[in-house]
Design a protein around this ligand. Structure first.
Ligand code: P1T
Length: 391
């Protein structure tokens, strides 16, 4: 069976990575194998598959594709981004210490704070925009460093190569949540990260119709541990969802190009709008890490955060007025989404911590979709007019 070579370009791997026409029928698309179990010629004599929690042909194809696009040796798919994270964190033992960035998806924070902490795994959150802050936070029992970059929702950037160098010096594995950037814009493994995680729910699937997650690594030992936990804990995606993500991945590079282009022009337009107090987008010269964005990323992404003048009433009016943007959690789909992190995606973060980060009542996050850029701007202009009148 011919299979795509790993030295091909990302655009090719997104379509062919881990895939080849079905040897039985010649079907060019990966079959969805729904079987929960696989016939064995005799006890323990099988064709590589025993039971679908352990391994499944559709999932294995997706896992190969994910590994190929992230430039890793091993890919593992899970039922959600949170399932991927929870499974990974179960490698740790009571007494182990985690250092995480200070700005994380609310659900990721909740796993560390409400699931792992009661199990004796303590996390220290540090603003790692200055990589040197990591060293001061490392303890003898630090077993993992966990970062998002760009972060959710503040869009802060963390210097992956600098953090990876410090981690390597102390033999601490570095996990990078690459959900916001995708491998199209950022390759953490090539910059020294040990593991990459994704919420596949977002850009990788790209159509807001699957919840999924994944981990990619080139480390054989990590792969063995994670594969054990993937089977033992069982937080696996369905074959149908695996097929859907494989299908979505084929257009990932094309979609990312358009997300970046539209987000760039909408961010600049928002920054000039009188009703907007502040815009955060790594592609703007006003972003404190604009230089790092250019160095570390191939493009500044499709996510924009901004503060609307007028606080909570203005934000409420804006989110109730938009017509093309949907007021909804999540991101990375073909359709544009708008949300209020303080109430929606980051409600799990304590109010004081939110305030310290700058997640105020007028702080809005948008996921720029693939609609006509002018239509999106007009939709925001109309909603910003409503925000101006709100009190
Ligand atoms: O929703 P799930 O597939 O379980 O993925 C969790 C997750 C992990 N990492 C990052 C960076 C994320 O943004 C998410 C999910 N985020 C949202 C639902 C959101 O609207 O931000």
């Amino acid at each position: 069976m011919k299979s795509a070579q790993p030295n091909l370009h990302l655009d090719t791997l997104a379509i062919h990575g881990g895939q080849s026409p079905d040897p039985v029928s010649g079907a060019v698309m990966t079959p969805i194998v729904l079987a929960s179990t696989f016939a064995q010629d005799g006890p323990g004599v099988h064709k590589g598959y025993e039971y679908s929690r352990t391994d499944n042909p559709t999932r294995r194809t997706l896992e190969h594709c994910l590994a190929s696009i992230e430039g890793g040796r091993h890919g593992l798919a899970f039922a959600s981004g949170c399932a991927a994270m929870t499974t990974l964190l179960h490698v740790l033992r009571p007494g182990d210490h985690v250092i995480a960035g200070d700005d994380l998806y609310g659900g990721s924070f909740r796993i560390l704070d409400k699931v792992m902490k009661p199990m004796g795994i303590v996390t220290t959150q540090v603003d790692l925009t200055l990589a040197s802050r990591l060293e001061a936070a490392i303890r003898p029992e630090t077993k993992l460093v966990w970062i998002e970059t760009p972060t959710n929702p503040m869009l802060k950037l963390i210097d992956i190569a600098a953090i990876a160098r410090i981690c390597k010096g102390k033999s601490i594995p570095l996990v990078v949540d690459n959900t916001f950037a995708t491998p199209c814009l950022q390759r953490p493994l090539a910059m020294g990260a040990t593991l990459v995680v994704h919420s596949m729910t977002k850009y990788l699937n790209g159509h807001s119709d699957v919840v999924g997650g994944c981990i990619v690594t080139s480390d054989d030992e990590w792969n063995t541990k994670l594969r054990f936990l993937q089977n033992a804990m069982g937080a696996i995606p369905s074959p149908f969802d695996c097929y859907m993500v494989l299908r979505g991945l084929k257009t990932l590079p094309v979609r990312m190009e358009r997300h970046v282009k539209s987000a760039g022009s909408i961010a600049a337009w928002l920054e000039a709008h009188p009703q907007v107090e502040k815009v955060i987008y790594p592609g703007l010269a006003s972003h404190p890490q604009h230089a790092l964005a250019k160095e570390q990323m191939k493009g500044p992404g499709g996510m924009i955060s901004f503060v609307v003048r007028g606080g909570a009433p203005a934000a409420k009016a804006l989110l109730e007025t938009v017509a093309i943007f949907a007021c909804a959690e999540s991101l990375g789909g073909v359709e544009s989404l708008i949300e209020l992190p303080a109430v929606m995606t980051h409600g799990a973060i304590p109010a004081a911590q939110r305030a310290e980060l700058g997640i105020t009542d007028g702080f809005i996050r948008i996921s720029v979709g693939l609609e006509d850029e002018g239509d999106l701007r007009a939709d925001l202009a109309n909603a910003l007019e409503a925000a101006k009148l709100a009190r």
